[in-house]
Design a binder for this molecule. Structure first.
Ligand SMILES: [Zn+2]
Ligand SMILES: [Zn+2]
Length: 152
């Protein structure tokens, strides 16, 4: 779980920006954003849907998908991980990097001034329009190490 103060700041910013953009903040939309904003885990669509099922029994997986895409278009969340595979969402819109566990898929944020100062290499323009540069550190997370320290 992220710090309560960070969550409150995210929610406040969300409500203010949504108002400015004339986006209707339904209880469902707020709840979906809140799950992503309160999590450090970069939750996937199905996980978000499951978490909300008790409070919103009629909320469909498709609505969760569409809402997250809307939130992404508005810049409140970023999709992480390879597309097509289960999309996961990130409410940290500040420049940051990821530690990804090769065993369980955990994705955690970290910040590093040196990495954040990196410039997007010019040759990527040949491939498309570069927008952001994020460094991914691959490894094995502490929980997985504890379960099985020797496994590669
Ligand atoms: Zn792990
Ligand atoms: Zn992140």
């Amino acid at each position: 779980m992220i710090a309560k103060q960070v969550l409150e700041e995210r929610l406040e910013l969300f409500l203010r920006k949504a108002r400015e953009a004339n986006i209707r903040v339904t209880p469902q939309r707020l709840a979906i954003y809140r799950v992503v904003a309160a999590s450090e885990d970069h939750p996937g669509v199905e996980e978000i849907h499951k978490k909300l099922h008790r409070n919103f029994p009629t909320l469909s997986l498709d609505t969760v998908y569409r809402t997250l895409r809307l939130l992404e278009d508005l810049g409140f969340v970023n999709a992480v991980g390879p597309r097509r595979e289960t999309l996961r969402y990130d409410a940290n819109t500040k420049r940051h990097h990821h530690f990804t566990c090769l065993r369980c898929g955990l994705i955690r944020d970290f910040e590093d001034a040196r990495l954040s100062a990196l410039k997007i290499p010019a040759q990527t323009r040949v491939l498309g329009q570069p927008q952001d540069l994020r460094v991914e550190v691959l490894g094995v997370c502490n929980a997985c190490l504890k379960k099985n320290p020797k496994k590669k």
